[in-house]
Ligand binder design. Structure first.
Ligand code: TXA
Ligand code: MG
Length: 327
């Protein structure tokens, strides 16, 4: 199959036509690129699992054009959803709710809950409103790093899907926060741009809400995720990163350091990719830095960014990428 890449605006109507015809289309969102299909067409949704090589028991997020459409796919929607929607939708927050029977089981992997999200990216919302609610995981091959540009999407999906909409690079850069509202206490299943603190602030205003959020102990542990194609380690300190770099280089490998911000003079000619100073910059650039690094280098050493706010969400992804964890 030939995979076309079209500038998002020019390709929108063809993308909508393909979705309605039961095909898959990759499209930009503010977090990462998604690989979408009509959520109400089971054979179209199956094509997503095939293209990604994704296990059938891992459910997909349904993307909506507006929070008002939630009732098309979910039922018994709690008050908390609307409170969160007012503050964070459209945006990088996914909420798990009880599933409506009409939604095909393949989307939710047979489960009785559905994850919904309203992307902030306008192209994504246009595409959904021109077609249907869209079931979409990240547009990477299963277990690879999520793509944050049309080019990275193409590298994983070429020959497997008919169309990629190119909307430039993703602003948030890591996948959405996933919050489960079907458990007795709202539970963060995957940390993201919308942090626990931000959620608490909003949820504590809900009348019956106990003012508590749980964070799942090992979110996403069931599946290996986000790994670059070359060994990746976390350096506890800048110094331990340098030692690891020099050890690898001595063995004849081509290592690279992924760092927040350092003076060139401290690096003495070692190869480095800078990901930015602020948490927002690091979040936007972290996946792109891994995807660039794996093209040229054979070991990636990532600086530990700490767990403060959004850095914690970034470290969640970095920890899943690292094969032998910390040096
Ligand atoms: O930012 C994002 O969320 C991106 C863009 C494309 O929207 N999508 C994304 O999808 O990251 P995916 O499939 O790569 O990750 C979705 C995560 C998975 O860990 C999946 O297990 C979980 O959400 N999930 C989906 N439906 C669920 C459900 N009903 N209950 C619990 N977890 C669910
Ligand atoms: Mg994914």
């Amino acid at each position: 199959m030939e995979t076309k890449v079209l500038k998002a605006k020019r390709g929108l109507s063809e993308a909508a036509r393909l979705i309605l015809a039961g095909e898959t289309v990759a499209f930009p969102t503010e977090t990462v690129y998604g690989l979408g299909a009509d959520a109400f067409n089971p054979s179209a949704v199956k094509k997503i699992f095939e293209a990604k090589g994704r296990p059938q028991d891992n459910p997909l997020i349904v993307h909506l054009a507006t929070p008002k459409d939630v009732e098309k796919v979910a039922k018994d929607i709690p008050k908390e959803f609307y409170v969160l929607a007012k503050k964070f939708m459209p945006g990088p927050l996914t909420v798990v709710l009880p599933k409506r029977d009409e939604l095909p089981d393949v989307v939710t992997a047979g489960g009785n809950t559905v994850a919904v999200r309203v992307p902030a990216n306008k192209i994504a919302r246009r595409l959904i409103s021109m077609s249907s609610p869209i079931a979409a995981p990240s547009a990477n091959k299963s277990k690879h790093v999520s793509p944050t540009s049309a080019e990275y999407t193409y590298n994983d999906m070429k020959g497997l899907i008919p169309l990629i909409l190119d909307g430039g690079s993703c602003k948030v850069g890591i996948e959405s926060t996933v919050l489960d509202l079907t458990s007795p206490t709202p539970t963060v299943l995957r940390p993201g741009y919308v942090t626990e603190e931000m959620l608490l602030k909003v949820l504590s205003c809900v009348e019956k809400f106990g003012g508590e959020i749980k964070v799942a102990k090992s979110p996403g542990m069931k599946y290996t995720h986000y790994a670059p194609k070359v060994p990746t380690v976390i350096a506890k300190t800048f110094e331990s990163g340098i030692s690891e770099y020099d050890r690898a280089a001595k063995e004849g490998k081509r290592p690279v350091l992924i760092l927040k911000n350092r003076k060139e003079s401290e690096l003495c000619g070692r190869k480095v990719i800078f990901v930015g100073k602020t948490a927002k910059e690091v979040s936007k650039n972290i996946y792109a830095s891994m995807l660039n690094a794996e093209k040229t280098f054979d070991e990636i050493i990532i600086e530990h960014f700490g767990y403060d706010g959004l850095f914690g969400s970034v470290m969640n992804r970095v920890e899943k990428s690292a094969s032998n964890k910390e040096v």
